[in-house]
Design a binder for this molecule. Structure first.
Ligand SMILES: *[C@@H]1O[C@H](CO)[C@@H](O)[C@H](O)[C@H]1NC(C)=O
Ligand SMILES: *[C@@H]1O[C@H](CO)[C@@H](O)[C@H](O)[C@H]1NC(C)=O
Ligand SMILES: *[C@@H]1O[C@H](CO)[C@@H](O)[C@H](O)[C@H]1NC(C)=O
Ligand SMILES: *[C@@H]1O[C@H](CO)[C@@H](O)[C@H](O)[C@H]1NC(C)=O
Ligand SMILES: *[C@@H]1O[C@H](CO)[C@@H](O)[C@H](O)[C@H]1NC(C)=O
Ligand SMILES: *[C@@H]1O[C@H](CO)[C@@H](O)[C@H](O)[C@H]1NC(C)=O
Ligand SMILES: *[C@@H]1O[C@H](CO)[C@@H](O)[C@H](O)[C@H]1NC(C)=O
Ligand SMILES: *[C@@H]1O[C@H](CO)[C@@H](O)[C@H](O)[C@H]1NC(C)=O
Length: 908
């Protein structure tokens, strides 16, 4: 039973290291030795011989977990520089005498877990440089003085060898031995002369006799090793009598640390440690002993003890005499030392003798109550850890609960997981020196008014996470803890707890770490972090603040980060965010770590990250990002050491992915985990579900000629369209200038021609098609010998193109008469081409030859737009209105004739 207890951990380890399909640890199977820095690892390769092809300069060779049956020295002769050799977990039956001759520099040799049987002096005679020899778990049968040549040996492990005696030799030997492991052997008696062979080993400090079924200890058996400092007796089956004998044997040593775990020491009496009273014992571990009873005065003798471990026992009660005498004790570790089902009691003043105690660990313990004297007398206590304990007094902490700590300079109080439901005002007010208060994993359900923390002026860290989201805040919640640097409220607050004005955090000017994650917070005020200029870490993940950053948010996006310019870490993952306002991350030049994963980001605005030039870690995993564009990502990716952006539906086209893929390929300082198999293209179909790294950048380069072609052809189309439009709307102008050009080059100008021209017509009539009837009815009758009009329809020159004919006729006319109607102004051909020529002729020839006859009232603006004429440009007599009243028609005719009869020369 006992041996099984001891072996179990060993067996688990063995199982974990064993090769094969039942391997507990998922190691990648290697197929050959790994060599790195002169160290060769040939473990787990099913080798049956030493590989001969390794570099000859290796200094360390691991051949463990193979199928070696022997190690012939010649097989190691290629590696004469070996200092370390492990052949553990093989089936070697013999240590070859030539081994150390072949390896003169060998210092450490591990032959554990083999079948070595007989070991003789000759086998290790040449191993004089050996400092470390592991022969654990063999079938050692020692013959003669096998270790006597090992003058430099410091560590010798012969555990688990079924040795029948601790006597490893008769001669005095091993002068430099520091640690001897005799654990898991079968001897039941320690004889007086068993350790005599170590008589000169003044450096021996550690002796391990765990799981040795010692029954008898002869007096004086530890005398040869009286320089011992550490003795490990875990799992040894000793009765109270035997243990007392052990203590008396140790009384003559310089023992400092005793490991007495799993020894079934159910009871300590006031005599148990008596023999140790003159030793310098400073460390005593008695955990896992199922200890029930500690008699009063049991530790009276251990006045120099500094650390006492009593974890995992079943202690029934503590009283004011239990720890008597432990006046140097600094640390008392009592995790699970008394458990609820044993209904333990902690009496008044139980810890009073421990005036030097600095750390009291009562993790996972249980007791009825904490009274006003439970911790009295702990005048040096700095740390009290009661986490995951069950004390009914802690359910509702009030100003009396912890009053017994009033005399302690307590700095750290750990009340994690102690089922606290309510904290009354001034509960901690006696803890004036407290800097750290841990209240995680409780059931605190109340409004924090601030009075709860009264007196905690020195407190710098309050941890209050995982409190069932039932903590309400007020603006005053933290007014009494102005020095707070760390505040965690993860999964503790109600959804509206921080939506207060002024913000509950406003008194905390020194705050550097604020955790508000997992609270379903939906409303944050822009001023929530105002005044927190020192804030470095802000955790807001797993809330519901998507609305705050939407541009559609009433009153605009809430830019709550504008008050925290020193932010180094920002976590906002899992918030349903789909927008980052352009200004949201402005000024965060110190930000190194940004986590925005598991949101709904798709298209991010340009330049939102441009101020983040210190960014080292960026996490955008699990969003809806399709494109990684340089406009957004160039700055934040510039100095990154870790990028996590997998599980996005990437669009693998040249426009969206080329830049990113090129960057990924070129970057040599950014670690991108899972790049090959977690960054997959979603679109286009050709790349669906393939790694973005399979996206071929060359396909974009091949596009270049096509792109040029595309640009050229689109340009051509655009130009064609422009030309068409120009021709459609400005064609007249082109024709106009063309005609002028032709006329000029042919050598005559209008003016020149005009000088001696016999005008064939008195006026050239320009009118809209619809107005021909008016012209016919009203103007044609005016024609006679002295007055002749030119009407294009009638007088066009045969055999000439229309424009040429128009120009020719115009030249032959003294005046040009526009019959102005809306229709005329709308006819582009008529107005633009003809009018332009007319006006051009008018200006060029310096003549005053235009007459306007308005049949309708036309706005001057329209006139100027269509005919490039304004009424004011002409003499008043050249502007005529067709009269509405019939009786005025003769007057109109008169005016018209006058206008026609006027000389064309302005100078005349
Ligand atoms: C022990 O190692 C030293 C170098 O550290 C070497 O010079 C010496 O020869 C070795 N001794 C033996 C017996 O091989
Ligand atoms: C205990 O320690 C003191 C000082 O460290 C030393 O002088 C004394 O010899 C030690 N006693 C024993 C029994 O080791
Ligand atoms: C140890 O306990 C016994 C009774 O159990 C008592 O008679 C004796 O005085 C105690 N010794 C010391 C040193 O306290
Ligand atoms: C408080 O107790 C918890 C739970 O035992 C532990 O994980 C944590 O490290 C302790 N914290 C401190 C500061 O001692
Ligand atoms: C604890 O606080 C008191 C004043 O409140 C101070 O005098 C004392 O030095 C502090 N002790 C420690 C260990 O900080
Ligand atoms: C904040 O920290 C500074 C410097 O560490 C300190 O002087 C100051 O007292 C602290 N407390 C407050 C409330 O500012
Ligand atoms: C990555 O770079 C190498 C050369 O530096 C080049 O051969 C390869 O095509 C590039 N791959 C991608 C995906 O850009
Ligand atoms: C990374 O590559 C750049 C050139 O692309 C080079 O200047 C720089 O030294 C490299 N850095 C490391 C750590 O290899």
């Amino acid at each position: 039973m006992n041996a099984l207890n001891c072996l179990l951990p060993t067996m688990i380890i063995i199982c974990c290291l064993m090769p094969g399909p039942h391997n507990c640890v998922a190691l990648p199977r290697k197929t050959s030795c790994h060599v790195h820095d002169s160290i060769a690892d040939c473990s787990h390769l099913s080798l049956s011989a030493v590989p001969q092809n390794l570099p000859s300069n290796i200094i360390s060779l691991d051949l463990s977990h193979n199928r070696l049956k022997s190690i012939p020295p010649v097989s190691l002769s290629p590696y004469p520089g070996l200092c370390r050799l492990s052949v553990s977990h093989n089936s070697i039956t013999k240590l070859d005498p030539g081994l150390c001759q072949a390896l003169p520099l060998l210092q450490t040799l591990n032959m554990g877990h083999n079948q070595v049987h007989v070991l003789k002096k000759e086998d290790v005679n040449h191993c004089t440089n050996l400092t470390w020899l592991i022969m654990a778990s063999n079938k050692l049968k020692l013959q003669g003085e096998p270790f006597s040549a090992l003058q430099r040996l410091q560590v010798l492990d012969v555990s688990l060898n079924k040795l029948q005696s601790a006597k490893l030799g008769t001669q005095i030997q091993l002068p430099n031995l520091v640690s001897l492991n005799l654990a898991l052997n079968d001897f039941t008696t320690l004889m007086k002369d068993d350790f005599l062979f170590l008589n000169n080993s003044s450096s021996l400090l550690v002796l391990n006799m765990s799981c040795v079924p010692l029954k008898t200890l002869e007096s004086g058996s530890f005398k040869p090793i009286s320089g011992l400092r550490t003795l490990i007796m875990d799992g040894s089956n000793m009765d109270t009598q035997g243990f007392s004998e052990l203590c008396s044997e140790l009384s003559a040593t310089t023992i400092e640390a005793l490991y007495l775990r799993k020894m079934k020491l159910a009871k300590l009496t006031n005599a148990t440690f008596k023999a140790l009273q003159n030793t310098n014992l400073t460390y005593l571990d008695m955990s896992h002993n199922d200890m029930v009873n500690i008699e009063n005065g049991s530790f009276l003798w251990l006045s120099r003890l500094q650390t006492l471990v009593l974890s995992d026992n079943k202690i029934k009660q503590l009283n004011k005499n239990t720890f008597q005498g432990l006046k140097s004790l600094k640390k008392l570790q009592m995790t699970k030392a008394f458990v609820k089902k044993d209904a333990p009691t902690i009496g008044h003043f139980s810890f009073q003798p421990l005036s030097a105690l600095e750390s009291l660990i009562l993790q996972r313990t249980a007791a009825q109550e904490i009274t006003e004297h439970t911790f009295t007398g702990l005048t040096s206590l700095k740390e009290l850890d009661m986490s995951w304990s069950s004390y009914s007094s802690l359910r509702n902490i009030n100003s009396k609960t912890l009053v017994s700590l009033a005399g302690s300079p307590l700095r750290r109080l750990n009340l994690t997981g102690t089922a606290i439901a309510q904290i009354d005002p001034q509960s901690f007010s006696v803890l004036r020196n407290l800097t750290t208060l841990l209240l995680d994993y409780n059931f605190i359900k109340q409004i924090l008014t601030g009075k709860e923390f009264e007196g905690l002026d020195q407190v710098e860290e309050i941890y209050m996470s995982n409190n069932q989201q039932t903590v309400h805040l007020k603006s005053t919640s933290f007014v009494n803890v102005p020095n707070l640097r760390v505040l965690t409220l993860r999964k503790s607050l109600t959804a509206e707890a921080v939506n207060l004005d002024p913000s509950p955090f406003s008194p905390l000017t020194n705050l550097t770490f604020l955790d508000l994650s997992n609270n379903n917070i939906a409303n944050i005020r822009e001023d929530m972090l105002k005044g927190l200029a020192n804030l470095k870490v802000l955790k807001l993940q797993h809330n519901n603040i998507a609305r705050l950053w939407k541009s559609a948010n009433l009153g605009g996006p809430v830019l709550f980060l504008k008050h925290t310019p020193r932010l180094v870490t920002l976590q906002m993952d899992s918030n349903g965010l789909d927008e980052i306002p352009a200004e949201a991350l402005r000024g965060l030049g110190n930000l190194r770590n940004l986590n925005l994963s598991s949101n709904l980001f798709n298209r991010l605005k340009d330049t939102i990250f441009d101020d983040l030039d210190s960014l080292r870690v960026l996490n955008l995993q699990k969003n809806l990002i399709t494109a990684v564009r340089p406009e957004v990502f160039k700055t934040p990716l510039a100095n990154l050491s870790l990028l996590v952006m997998d599980k996005n539906p990437f669009d693998c086209t040249c426009e969206t992915m080329l830049w990113f893929v090129t960057w990924l390929n070129e970057t040599n300082m950014t670690h991108v985990p899972g790049l090959r198999d977690q960054y997959l293209c979603n679109t286009p179909l050709a790349y669906f579900n393939r790694s973005i790294m399979e996206f071929d950048p060359l396909s974009c380069k091949d596009m270049t000629p096509f792109q040029t072609l595309y640009i050229l052809s689109s340009t051509a189309v655009v130009m064609l369209m422009v030309t068409a439009f120009v021709v459609r709307y400005q064609g007249w102008r082109i024709l106009f200038y063309w005609n002028i050009l032709i006329n000029r080059t042919l050598g005559f100008s209008d003016a020149h021609v005009a000088e001696g021209w016999e005008f064939k017509y008195d006026a050239y009539i320009i009118h809209a098609e619809q107005d021909s009837s008016w012209v016919e009815r009203r103007l044609s009758p005016l024609e006679n010998d002295k007055c002749k009009f030119c009407l294009e329809d009638r007088d066009a020159l045969p055999g000439m193109s229309q424009p040429a004919s128009i120009l020719d006729n115009m030249k032959k006319s003294r005046k040009i008469l526009f019959v102005v109607t809306e229709t005329l102004l709308r006819d582009p051909w008529c107005t633009r081409f003809i009018a332009q020529h007319a006006i051009h002729r008018d200006i060029e020839a310096n003549r005053d030859s235009v007459i306007l006859v308005f049949l309708q009232d036309v706005h001057d603006y329209k006139l100027s737009r269509s005919l490039y004429l304004r009424r004011g440009m002409l003499r008043p007599c050249c502007i005529l209105d067709w009269p509405v009243h019939k009786e005025r028609v003769p007057a109109f005719h008169q005016k018209l004739l006058m206008a026609l009869g006027m000389t064309n020369r302005l100078m005349d």
